[in-house]
Design a protein around this ligand. Structure first.
Ligand code: NAD
Length: 335
């Protein structure tokens, strides 16, 4: 029996998760919600994805020629689990509906950790999400920090990690946001990302600061990590090469900027030009005294997609974390 999945909120994250669900042998995409008529919904309908209308949008969708399969309620009646990728705070509102209907839900990082039983990054705490009703896939930044810091912690032990996040101002398709021509500091110490990493890795001391830069493509993190045991640069490169959903970027291939990383993703033929792996530049890794330094780029629109797929399997009771990660990776062309 395939897992029946619905996607609520068909935007940047929702449309990517829906496409990833379609690639899984053990899942069926029952349909996606449409909150208003737009090109994303029109393309989904053209591709044969079933559309379920929210907030009385049925008439307006049908007026635009969209064949509507039912309401939000109808979608919930026909699924085992929903991935809620609505804008932040809407997920917490929707939780009341999922509770009333007894439907399992995967929330996104825009929601507070308290929305769910578990905050989730597959390679760090898959088993904590087993059979839970509500799981939160953490934000793009938290996912990225968790993937690399967890790998270091497993191998050498992390005494403490410090990271400065250079955050993209908005997503590429957005027309509102900013700054447009300035760099904006975040006056929050730590920035919310450090405590958020600790919702997944409670035993690792992580402190973050953040600034926002006028770019849309990727976030960039600059990390300094004190390890419990000595490590050499080559060993760190090896570790990241062998860490799932992390990619070591060879500087010698002249992949220097985040724009070139995104171009690499397009040249690899990745759907939508996505880069779901966290990209660590090999020549950006260094050790000074007892501190490890490295830089990583994060494609905010896509790195959480594989996590959503693994979270679906975990809440449905699929016990083998490694197998789930392997299945997801294979379907999405990740290592
Ligand atoms: P988005 O604005 O691109 O998409 C949200 C979609 O939800 C839109 O299609 C909108 O029409 C729809 N929607 C709005 N209200 C709705 C409702 N009541 N019912 C159903 N659909 C509704 O947002 P996004 O960037 O995909 O973000 C979704 C979640 O993912 C947020 O929690 C966000 O913090 C998180 N997230 C975003 C990114 C990113 O960079 N974009 C990265 C990681 C996590």
């Amino acid at each position: 029996m395939k897992i029946k999945v619905g996607v609520v909120g068909y935007g940047t994250i929702g449309k990517r998760v829906a496409d990833a669900v379609l690639l899984q042998d053990d899942m069926e995409l029952v349909g996606v919600t449409a909150h208003s008529y737009n090109y994303r919904v029109a393309i989904a309908a053209e591709r044969g994805i079933k559309i379920f209308a929210v907030d009385g949008e049925r008439e307006s969708l049908e007026a635009h020629g969209i064949s509507v399969a039912g309401s939000f309620d109808d979608l919930l009646e026909n699924v085992d689990v929903v991935v809620d990728a609505t804008p932040k705070k809407q997920g917490a509102e929707n939780k009341k509906i999922y509770e009333a209907k007894g439907v399992k839900a995967i929330f996104q990082g825009g929601e507070k950790a308290s929305v769910a039983d578990v905050s989730f990054v597959a390679q760090a705490n898959y088993s904590a999400a087993l059979n839970k009703q509500f799981v939160r896939v953490v934000s793009c930044n938290t996912t990225a920090l968790t993937r690399t810091i967890h790998a270091l912690d497993q191998k050498w032990g992390v005494k403490r990690a410090r990271a400065t996040l250079v955050r993209r101002a908005m997503d590429p398709a957005a027309s509102r946001g900013g700054p447009l021509n300035a760099i904006e500091p975040t006056f929050e110490l730590p920035s919310h990302h450090g405590p958020d990493v600790r919702t997944v890795l409670p035993n690792v001391e992580v402190f973050t600061t953040a600034i926002i830069a006028p770019t849309t493509l990727m976030h960039m993190h600059v990390l300094s990590v004190k390890l419990e045991k000595d490590a050499a640069v080559e060993e760190v490169i090896d570790l990241f090469r062998n860490t799932t959903r992390v990619r070591v970027i060879p500087v010698d291939q002249k992949i220097i900027t985040t724009a070139q990383v995104m171009e690499l993703a397009r040249d690899l033929g990745n759907k939508r030009g996505d880069m779901m792996e966290i990209c660590v530049w090999d020549k950006g890794i260094g050790i000074y005294d007892d501190e490890l330094f490295f830089m990583q780029a994060v494609h905010q629109e896509s790195d959480v997609v594989p996590e959503n797929i693994d979270a679906i399997r975990a809440v449905m009771g699929f016990e083998d974390a490694e197998k789930s990660i392997e299945m997801t990776n294979k379907s999405l062309g990740l290592k």
